[in-house]
Design a protein around this ligand. Structure first.
Ligand SMILES: [Zn+2]
Length: 238
């Protein structure tokens, strides 16, 4: 297992680490990393691994089947070897935009009280698909005003851990219809926005900003009908 530095500190831009393996396709694993691996609709990080002063460009980061984090290098580079000491350095500008977008998605989720059927995040914005009953589709302008209001109020964004049993006792915490929080570790990471999670409270392993004001501002681009249980709401950072 890789020690996930980003999970305890989303603002860590770099860390020192040791290469633990390089697979046959060039994927690099480290003992610890600041690179977020693709999950939950959030793309994996890009950046550099500095090996003895030489940069190895990382195109993206993904999870292996065994939950170790694989740093996928840009092709055609000299790769490090197991045992090498590296400095892992994020493309922070890109990651910070993803953190703002990801936190914005929590506010969208909080503003639309229906089950989530899908989602995706980019550095510019993102979308969530909801199962919204006919006649209850939110007004675009009202939705935008509500979310920008929460951003302006500058609420704290915190994480805490609960047991799987606590989650089972509070099934309403899980907003996603098809994707359930990962089981087996005995504990689940909750993200809470506002005092005691009064704005949003749900399991999430992603990276978030510390305060909603860091999001800046958002616009709701459109609300599309993608089928019976699928109303797609697209938003962008402004
Ligand atoms: Zn999240």
């Amino acid at each position: 297992m890789t020690e996930l530095v980003f999970r305890d500190d989303a603002y860590a831009k770099n860390c020192e680490a040791t290469v633990t393996s390089v697979n046959e396709r060039g994927g690099i694993t480290l003992d610890r990393t600041v690179f977020y691996a693709t999950a939950g609709g959030q793309p994996g990080d890009s950046g550099l691994l500095i090996v003895e002063g030489r940069p190895v460009m990382i195109a993206t980061t993904v999870y292996n089947a065994d939950k170790t984090v694989i740093h996928v290098p840009v092709e055609g580079q000299v790769l490090p070897r197991p045992g090498d000491k590296v400095s892992a350095q994020l493309d922070w500008e890109n990651r910070y935009k993803l953190m703002r977008c990801h936190t914005m998605m929590h506010l969208l989720c909080a503003a639309v009280p229906f089950a989530v059927t899908g989602s995706a995040i980019t550095g510019e914005g993102g979308r969530i698909d909801f199962d919204i009953p006919e006649g209850q589709i939110p007004d675009k302008g009202e939705l935008e005003a509500k979310i920008n209001g929460w951003i302006h109020e500058d609420h704290a964004v915190n994480t805490r851990w609960i047991s799987e049993e606590e989650l089972d006792a509070n099934p309403e915490l899980v907003r996603t219809m098809f994707v359930k929080p990962p089981r087996g570790a005995g504990r689940i990471r909750l993200v809470e926005i506002g005092a005691s999670g009064k704005i949003d409270l749900q399991p999430c392993g992603g990276t978030h900003v510390r305060r909603t004001a860091e999001i800046g501002g958002i616009a709701v681009q459109k609300i599309e009908n993608k089928g019976k249980i699928n109303r797609r709401i697209r938003m962008v950072l402004t």
